[in-house]
Design a protein around this ligand. Structure first.
Ligand code: AQP
Length: 344
């Protein structure tokens, strides 16, 4: 198999209410990977419009995600930060992938089933094809590693299937164009740590989500200290004390979730948390969690607000990042066209 230069790509949708799940499941990983890899971080606005977005709100949400990236510690000068719609090659490669992916593959995607719900006939075609655009986002940069939350695992597997099928279907042309035995890498998901699936604060069986109608279900990155304290204190728990061993969290989804959140915010493991808090009641543990969450999230929220006040700066970051991303994406598309047999 061909060797690929290691490169990280990931994205966040500008759909509002950026929350602790997005932060712990994805953004903190983005920050850490900057030390070891060339990284491309994208505000995936083309994905956002798979469900209706009021234009003025979308614009503000694109800037909010950009501000969150920078406030969390992503360096847009050393790495690339941009919004997807400024690099047309994402949509162009997605079309090619629509012709590579099989309908049967897309029919198995659970996110479409969940998001389309009972009214499937009325869902947009874009929502259905979301995973082929996601594959294009990653592969237009021939990225090798993709940090995501657990919910994106199935889409990543589909991206690998698409890359593999393209490599197989066009193997002769890939070789004759000088790319050896594979043009696309099979991107590896990076899903690690104690908070790969942060659950709702109101219901430990539901993922913490931007679209949950209850604001008490999530900690937003924009929440101030009072809001964080209120939401953590009201978080659903059970009547028992915290266990001392991981096995004691079985069948206690809300306890498990809060322990995972504490561990991730503290850069430790669930075992560390239980060693410290095993036997404690929830009111003591929640007080410690409020302090930790305010300490970690408070400065990010404040910095986001400051950055969001400077729209010209945010837009300049996105323009610069898009210009640099486009160069890489255009190289891939030129090669893809040659491989497919298009005249250019
Ligand atoms: N609850 C979560 N726990 C851990 N990681 C999560 N992610 C999302 N929710 C959690 C990860 O955050 C990254 C960006 O997600 P996204 O904005 O692209 O899309 P999403 O998964 O649709 O976000 P939401 O909050 O779940 O929105 P709705 O309400 O629309 O369904 C991804 O890496 C994702 O895994």
């Amino acid at each position: 198999m061909a060797k690929f230069v290691e490169r990280v790509f990931s994205g966040v949708q500008p759909t509002g209410n950026l929350h602790l799940g997005n932060y712990l499941g994805a953004i903190t990983k983005f920050v850490a990977l900057q030390e070891t890899h060339d990284c491309i971080y994208c505000v995936v606005d083309l994905h956002a419009i798979t469900v209706a977005q009021p234009p003025a709100v979308l614009k503000s949400n694109i800037r909010e995600v950009t501000a969150a990236f920078i406030a969390s510690g992503i360096d847009p000068r050393k790495h690339i930060v941009f919004n997807q719609s400024q690099v047309a090659e994402h949509a162009e490669l997605a079309w090619v992938f629509n012709c590579v992916a099989r309908i049967g593959w897309l029919n198995r995607m659970t996110q479409f089933k969940e998001k389309a719900g009972k009214d499937r006939e009325n869902a947009s075609l874009g929502l259905y094809a979301y995973p082929t655009l996601m594959a294009a986002d990653i592969l237009v940069y021939r990225a090798t590693h993709v940090p995501v939350g657990e919910d994106q695992k199935q889409h990543l597997e589909l991206s690998r299937d698409i890359a593999q099928k393209f490599n197989n279907d066009f193997s002769d042309s890939i070789a004759s164009n000088g790319f050896g035995d594979a043009f696309f890498p099979l991107p590896e998901p990076l899903i690690q740590g104690p908070a790969t699936r942060v659950m709702s604060l109101r219901d430990g069986s539901k993922k913490m989500s931007k679209s949950d109608p209850s604001d008490y279900s999530r900690l937003n990155l924009s929440d101030d200290a009072d809001a964080i304290a209120q939401k953590v204190r009201k978080a659903k728990t059970d009547p028992d004390a915290l266990p001392s061993e991981i096995a004691g969290l079985a069948g206690r989804p809300e306890a498990d979730n809060l322990v995972g959140i504490y561990a991730a915010l503290n850069d430790g493991s669930k075992e560390d948390v239980l060693r410290e808090f095993g036997g404690a009641n929830f009111s003591n543990f929640k007080s410690a969690l409020v302090d930790l969450a305010v300490e970690k999230l408070g400065p990010i929220g404040a910095e986001m607000k400051r950055i969001q006040g400077d729209i010209a700066y945010i837009d300049a970051v996105l323009k610069d990042g898009s210009d640099r991303a486009r160069v890489l994406a255009a190289q891939t598309m030129t090669s893809v066209k040659d491989i497919l047999g298009f005249v250019r």
